[in-house]
Design a protein around this ligand. Structure first.
Ligand code: AN7
Length: 381
């Protein structure tokens, strides 16, 4: 039988570029190594000659990109002797924290906005036996409480202010480069706390660097944690484009937003934790920020599901929604190679998916005639 080494997660895969030692006990659920799918139908649908790839991060073990950062954060927390981790979350971070804490045999405390996280994410936190603390407030208030309480209790914060999180998340950029054999021209992401856009820029910058020094500005972003090899892997870096939900778009307003609101609950964040770093990423990469309203986000989520068979959660579709608009306007020119990160799986938020589905459910009697009629009546659909 042909032999293929078992994939054991991104820390093992990128050990030489991550802050771990030979003795580090790795806490992994086999995260990373997600598909980079080329869209076949949407470029034709919008009538533009572009290569659009989606990085399907919803296929990580807990269904979102958060697993990349969480394997690092929990590995390092355990290495430091921590017995408990804590995070504030719009849902996906709490799901990942709960799962990796379970894997490590430590306790996870998660603060979530009461009634404002998608059902799948709540189910995950509960199933993995996290201590779920619902606060009568939003993510931003939860984040402040986490920072405050961590000064009074023996808990390690695993939000993306923990620098190990971005170190894990930068590996998504490595995977993209390895599959494309180059960096894309544009990399589009949904932006909430702006940790992920920053992490990708660290990853691309690391692959574009030539020496062992911390030579680029991006390097300073990672607090000296990144490790360069001698040879540059890529000769150019992408323009980084961050899209926000219109009701929750502090990067568009140029200031913090106190009462963010959007159907894309994952990015219902008004006080981004990586504010300064994300502005730096935008400037260094010559990219931009923009916003999409909720209807545009949901339309992109549906289009992707209908035309390509790929199901992502609403927040994730923000990257594609913005990219399509910028491709149509020519801001992203024809001939470009574009990567959109799909940060989380569609199954995370079944309520929104069912609510906006255009196909009605057909209920018929359990007999051949009724089922045949239902089929013949819908063949042309
Ligand atoms: C699906 O889980 O902040 O800009 O607490 O779940 O790196 O914050 C989630 C963020 C995009 C934004 N897409 O990423 C949390 C949380 C999905 C997300 C983002 C999130 P960042």
């Amino acid at each position: 039988m042909p032999f293929r080494p078992r994939y054991t997660g991104l820390i093992e895969r990128y050990r030489d570029r991550l802050p771990v030692s030979a003795d580090t006990k790795i806490i992994s659920l086999g995260e990373g190594n997600t598909p980079l799918l080329k869209l076949n139908n949407i470029p034709k649908h919008i009538g533009k000659n572009v290569e659009i790839y989606v990085k399907y991060e919803g296929l990580n073990p807990t269904g979102s990109f958060k697993d990349r950062g969480m394997t690092m954060a929990v590995t390092k927390a355990v290495e430091a002797g921590s017995k408990a981790i804590i995070c504030a979350s719009t849902g996906n971070t709490s799901a990942a924290a709960a799962a990796y804490a379970a894997r490590a045999g430590i306790t996870a405390f998660v603060l979530i906005p009461d009634g404002k996280i998608a059902l799948g994410k709540l189910a995950q936190a509960m199933m993995h036996d996290a201590v779920v603390i619902q606060i009568k407030g939003n993510f931003d208030e939860g984040m402040q409480l986490v920072k405050d309480v961590a000064e009074h209790a023996p808990v390690t914060i695993v939000n993306s202010i923990n620098p190990y999180r971005l170190q894990g998340q930068k590996t998504a950029a490595f995977e993209i480069v390895e599959e494309l054999g180059r960096a894309p021209d544009y990399h589009c992401l949904p932006v909430g706390n702006a940790g992920n856009i920053t992490a990708h820029w660290i990853g691309y910058s690391e692959y574009a660097s030539k020496c062992g020094d911390h030579v680029t500005d991006a390097c300073a972003l990672c607090h000296g944690e990144c490790k360069f090899t001698k040879d540059a892997v890529i000769s150019s870096r992408p323009k980084m484009v961050g899209y926000q939900a219109a009701g929750s778009a502090p990067f568009m307003r140029g200031e913090m937003v106190d009462n963010p609101e959007t159907v894309a609950t994952a990015i219902r964040i008004g006080h981004p934790q990586s504010w300064d770093m994300a502005w730096k990423v935008k400037e260094e990469s010559e990219g931009w920020f923009d916003e999409c309203d909720d209807d545009t986000i949901l339309a992109a989520q549906k289009l992707l599901a209908e035309k390509e068979g790929i199901f992502c959660e609403p927040a994730s579709a923000t990257s594609l929604a913005g990219a399509i608009r910028d491709i149509q306007s020519g801001k992203i020119p024809e001939g470009s190679v574009v990567v959109c990160t799909l940060t989380g799986h569609g199954l995370k938020d079944p309520d929104i998916a069912i609510k906006q589905s255009s196909s009605p459910l057909i209920t018929v009697d359990a007999n051949l005639d009724a089922v045949r009629d239902a089929i013949l009546g819908n063949l042309a659909k």
